[in-house]
Write a protein that binds this ligand. Sequence first.
Ligand code: GTP
Ligand code: MG
Length: 370
Amino acid sequence: PEMITVQELASRMAARAGDVVKALMKMGVMATITQSIDADTAELIVQEFGHRVKRVSESDVEIGLEGEVDDEEDLMVRPPVVTIMGHVDHGKTSLLDALRHTDVAAGEAGGITQHIGAYQITTARGQKITFIDTPGHAAFTAMRSRGASVTDIVVLVVAADDGVMPQTIEAISHAKAANVPMIVAINKMDKPGANPDRVRNELLQHEIVVESLGGDTQEIHVSALKRTGLEALEDAILVQAEVLDLKANPTRDAEGVVIESRLDRGRGPVATVLVQKGTLWTGDILVAGAEYGRVRALIDWNGQNVKTAGPSVPVEVLGLSAVPAAGETFTVVDDEPRAREVAEFRQRKLRDKAAAGAMAGRGTLDQMLA
Ligand code: GTP
Ligand code: MG
């Protein structure tokens, strides 16, 4: 049967191993933290700790967690999280910039500030949309390989004068593999060589059928340069979001994903995170991948200090012990000892993995020299 060590299970739940041992004892199961328990017992423990179990596969030891079970009445509509993808130079950044200008709130506050990897806009009608910039798709790929889904909708940018190119195809396969609905934004419509018909047909070859050809993929014509079609694109996103019926519980402890991270000279480790469930507060203790810390400050995409960040809100977090990797998930935990224990276990696991890799490397080198 599938087995998992007590320590590993505790780590996945961001719980203390000792508490898991105690819970097992209550169930009549005696196990030390290094001993393995079967998947059925693990499942009971996971439920006992208020999480929902997701077995990744029948044969796999993996017992993924989907977080605490939320009551239906706690769920509230949350803004869609949108990732803009497309071939190099097709205008992803320009389009993000143009959309940011449509932000009524930012307009009032005096416009653009610094770049962070994600931001939220408020449309003229008051709905919110979160956009994520994924340079080179690296973060998106990293997140997907870790099984974390960040984005609700992909906006595929295709330059009207260039058509479907290698990275367009790559983006299509990412979106398909992640099972994320796509909206096609045909950009650079202001250019003399713009040929949306060609784009439509090329997309067809990759099984993307736009509405005008009888399919169900929305197709919007835009010019990031001339700022045309932006409202239509926002509307398309909101229509898609409504179909998806996106909801989250804002009242629980926060959970989410690290979108990007860096070591800042003055401020120390800085992680841009996307809150997916619950609300993140300054003062919260969180574990992000193999790092942890108490949230010293939360800074929004306009560079403003904020006290909280709810579902679908991207925010910079200061106060972590070190820089967590992009794509890692984060969880708020009750106390610092628990955070430290979970982080230390995960660090040990990373080190063991690295050591195992080095050993394997040496093995092949030995063979080569033999
Ligand atoms: P990478 O991040 O390098 O992959 O590129 P990108 O997709 O972010 O493209 P970016 O926004 O940097 O735009 C590439 C070039 O196309 C720039 O010179 C833009 O000025 C130009 N461009 C972007 N959108 C438009 C548009 O709607 N019309 C015209 N004429 N030019 C555009
Ligand atoms: Mg760019």
